[in-house]
Design a protein around this ligand. Sequence first.
Ligand code: OOG
Ligand code: MG
Length: 253
Amino acid sequence: MLEVMDIAARLDDAARHAEATAQLDEPLSIADAYRVQAASLGRRYQRGERRIGIKMGFTSRAKMAQMGIDEMIWGRLTDAMLVEDGGAIRFADYVHPRVEPEIAFLLKAPLAGRVSPAAALAAVEAVAPALEIIDSRYLDFRFSLTDVIADNSSSSSLVVGPWASPATDLANLGMVLSLDGVARQIGSSAAILGHPLRSLVAAARLAASAGEPLETGDIVMAGGATAAEALAVCQHVRLEVQTLGRVEFRIGD
Ligand code: OOG
Ligand code: MG
């Protein structure tokens, strides 16, 4: 569908040039919004980026309340989105970036379709504290459900901390997100669907139903446990997760 390719190009260009674009006025179905997302990722793959996994969105009440959307969404992650733990991003590469405290899973086996939490856990190689940098390509960071899905669910960058044993109990880990050493968001991993593993279960189902099942080596971001925080130049961002440890990055200009 021509319209799908056009919208995908507009959103991909907005991301590449770090320039906000207007909300979509074309009414899209959810299926078409995911088609736009797939098409915009297709442009990235053509430029040489490689798929490394998926991110889940709106898996916590805090995130749903902040953005006024109460349906779970997902987006694709590529190698170009990875920021080294302790590294830096350039503020100018983003439109209006925000950061959120998350948990990441690394898979050691494929995981597709309707799986039990036990089966999901059996496919996990490791878990890690992680920061997601989201950056809506829409003006004023405002969007409808289909807008944000088309925009790869605001996916922009991710920073993954040290990988830990999958035997780590993720049920209720304290999470503190600090900007320049000041705690700004305090939460628990329990905020993520009651248990972050449930987000992995949902990811397995959603990715498979899109014809792109989770594979060995994939990273799955479970979704923000708290509301996101807006970022500014020169900040230092750090997440401390009980038991799992810390992950951090700096923002240059
Ligand atoms: C959409 C992405 C949501 C999460 O972790 O809930 C998300 C947004 O808030 O812009 O990444
Ligand atoms: Mg997120």
